[in-house]
Design a protein around this ligand. Structure first.
Ligand SMILES: NC(=O)c1ccc[n+]([C@@H]2O[C@H](COP(=O)([O-])OP(=O)(O)OC[C@H]3O[C@@H](n4cnc5c(N)ncnc54)[C@H](OP(=O)(O)O)[C@@H]3O)[C@@H](O)[C@H]2O)c1
Length: 333
């Protein structure tokens, strides 16, 4: 089968290679998924760059991609919750989504929503689990909360806006001029054009502030915004729970603790509860996403669909930072 491989740390053009590899064999708790579609996420480019070597080192040639939608074609003896032919989706525990087949623990696989395509379904798991962990598990979102979501036009943002609205929250978000009207149509109550206005002036007193782009922006909030309920980071300073969740120890832990210390200290000094999101791989949460999509509370947002042989272009497009919703790879019919 075809599988995209990371051949060394670097960039998509020079360090990715489509290779012919053996079909994966399955363990008794696993299903073999024929992949119809995959989606790409910033973590794929981060792992490829080597920037996450301290947390998730890549063994070369290493697999890439975490989001899949496809059909179950084989199952292990202990798998009771799936049948051959089931149409499923998953955020894989180990990379390997940009390939024709993948073996996965059935405990992190769910039935895909019936009312959307495989391409749309492949765009949901990682961003959906991230938005839900941030807003529900860490943010304890409830009706009437005021929620700020940085980068409403990205993969996470397009899901998070709709999720927060489905919970009855008031949602403010940022995007650039060209995306403002479109993001309003996703249900956001206040869309701030970050190229024209300082978003920090609007979000004092918010219950949840979800920051997408790292320490510089997170510090802007800590320094300029008052009465923040929960400040949640998707990128940048890692708190103790995040380091524990990833099992980072020793020198790497000391290095990462030191890298994020100034943010954690600044938050603590201002009495702000800062948390870093490490989303859970949870079939129960995927089932909840399936319900939300089937009830039309959440609509998948797909920007571009690339063919499997154009996977490198898909990762380059995502790395441009301008994607509007999800970047998807159509793998096989
Ligand atoms: N911790 C976790 O579990 C986890 C999981 C998923 C993602 N993440 C992180 O979350 C972040 C977002 O991920 P994603 O998948 O949504 O990324 P993405 O889809 O690549 O985001 C692209 C979008 O970001 C917007 N954008 C860029 N700079 C912006 C700025 N300064 N202010 C507001 N919007 C801006 C762009 O809109 P314009 O073209 O209008 O600028 C574009 O629509 C990334 O840093 C990613 O690494 C973390």
């Amino acid at each position: 089968m075809k599988a995209l491989k990371i051949t060394g740390y670097g960039n998509p053009k020079e360090n990715l290679d489509m290779q012919e590899v053996a079909l994966p064999s399955i363990k008794e708790n696993e299903v073999l998924i024929k992949i119809h579609a995959a989606s790409v996420n910033p973590i794929d480019n981060i792992l490829l760059s080597g920037a996450f070597d301290a947390v998730m080192p890549v063994q070369f040639p290493g697999p890439i991609g975490f989001d899949v939608a496809g059909t179950v074609i084989e199952k292990g003896a202990a798998v009771k919750n799936f049948n051959i032919g089931d149409k499923v989706y998953s955020r894989l525990s180990e990379a390997g989504a940009i390939a024709e087949y993948v073996a996965s623990d059935s405990a992190i696989v769910a039935q895909k929503p019936t009312n959307i395509s495989f391409e749309e379904a492949a765009g949901l798991p990682l961003v959906g689990l991230t938005a839900m962990h941030s807003l529900k598990n860490l943010g304890r979102i409830k009706a009437g909360d005021k929620v700020f979501i940085q980068a409403g036009s990205g993969g996470v943002g397009t899901f998070a806006i709709q999720y927060a609205k489905s919970k009855g929250a008031y949602v403010a978000t940022t995007t650039s001029t060209k995306n403002v009207e479109w993001i309003k149509s996703l249900g956001a109550d206040l869309v701030i054009d970050y190229t024209k206005e300082d978003y920090t002036k609007f979000i004092s007193g918010y219950d949840i502030v979800l920051m997408a782009f790292g320490d510089e922006h997170t510090l802007e909030v800590i320094n300029s915004v008052n009465n923040v309920g929960k400040l949640i980071g998707l990128n940048g300073a890692l708190d103790k729970d995040a380091l524990d969740a990833w099992g980072v120890q020793g020198e790497q832990r000391a290095y990462l603790e030191n890298a994020g210390k100034h943010v954690l200290e600044a938050a603590m000094e201002k009495g702000i509860d800062y948390r870093f999101t490490v989303h859970e791989l949870s079939a129960a949460q995927l089932d909840e996403i399936t319900q939300l999509v089937e009830n039309k509370a959440i609509k998948p947002v797909v920007d571009k669909v690339f063919g499997l042989d154009d996977s490198i272009q898909a990762l380059e497009y995502l790395a441009s930072g301008r994607a509007k919703g999800k970047v998807v790879i159509q793998v096989q019919p």
